[in-house]
Design a protein around this ligand. Structure first.
Ligand code: 13P
Ligand code: ZN
Length: 270
């Protein structure tokens, strides 16, 4: 059995949490990530039959039965993942139609997965139905997206169009746009169900006055999505109080669609 600390999925998770902390997106224990792994990947580093403990989830996701996830721990700081990965991360296998998770590695101080586990698992199920290659659900609290939810309409089309207008690359990176959830109590099954519903039509879901979720085929893709949306929100927050003289027109966005072979969300461009 190889040392799990040398597993590419673990080193990539450490790099990503550290990078997110350094971007200022994950103060204290803010943010959480789950990464879907195959049994082949896991069994190189860990005996999948050696269950350390079984952790109840409090919800059902039968679509994920038998699937493996590397996930951040509740109350744990992204800042610290690099120093104590075995405390701050856990590797689990979903069983009993999603009602329980077998802990195979990590959470070595007796901890458990993020309080947003319902949103993570339900969003994985929703994204896998749209894209079988989806592997990552990522949550964080980026400053400018958060700020924008206090001063911009939360209408999904308006929110998306504003972000698209803030940098030329936005429509190329997230042509599916961003969906928006009005404020809800976090850490609940209810916000999980509502987020997963939004994940059916977009890979970015804003939680108003809280933060952002991104989905992707790998950690880089989910990170890059969030990074691009957050940059657009930063430009918006820099200019929102100034007279707008120029913008990216819908006609120009149509040129981008053709040049980069992307299709903007139906009905979002004139
Ligand atoms: P956890 O520490 O439980 O992951 O919660 C952090 C968070 O961002 C809640 O939305
Ligand atoms: Zn949060």
């Amino acid at each position: 059995m190889k040392d799990i600390l040398t597993a590419p999925f673990l080193t990539e998770m450490i790099r990503t949490t550290t990078n997110m902390y350094n971007h200022g997106w994950d103060e204290r224990n803010g943010g959480n990530i789950s990464l879907l792994l195959t049994e082949n990947e896991v069994s190189e580093y860990c005996d999948v039959n050696k269950v350390l403990r079984v952790i109840p989830t409090g919800f059902k996701t039968p679509e994920l039965d038998g699937k493996y996830f590397l996930v951040t721990g509740t109350g744990k700081y992204f800042k610290n993942v690099q120093y104590n990965p075995d405390i701050n991360l856990g590797l689990v296998k979903i069983i009993d139609e999603g009602e329980n998770a077998e802990l195979l590695w990590g959470f070595s101080d007796g901890g458990k997965f993020t309080s947003e586990f319902p949103t993570h698992m339900m969003s994985h199920a929703a994204r896998l139905a749209v894209n079988p290659d989806n592997k990552v659900i990522m949550h964080c609290h980026p400053n400018n997206i958060l700020a924008m939810t206090y001063v911009h309409s939360l209408d999904e089309k308006e929110f998306t169009r504003t972000l698209w207008q803030m940098c030329t690359e936005c429509i190329i990176v997230f042509p599916d746009g961003v969906n928006v959830l009005k404020w809800m109590l976090c850490g609940t099954n209810e916000i999980g169900i509502a987020t997963a519903e939004k994940m059916k039509t977009a890979r970015l879901v804003v939680w108003a006055q809280h933060g952002l979720y991104g989905a992707g085929a790998d950690l880089d893709e989910a990170f890059g999505l969030i990074e691009t949306a957050e940059k657009a929100a930063e430009i918006y927050m820099k200019i929102a109080h100034l007279p707008l003289i120029n913008t990216i027109t819908d006609e120009q966005m149509h040129l981008l669609e053709v040049r980069f072979n992307v299709k903007a969300r139906e009905g979002y461009l004139k």
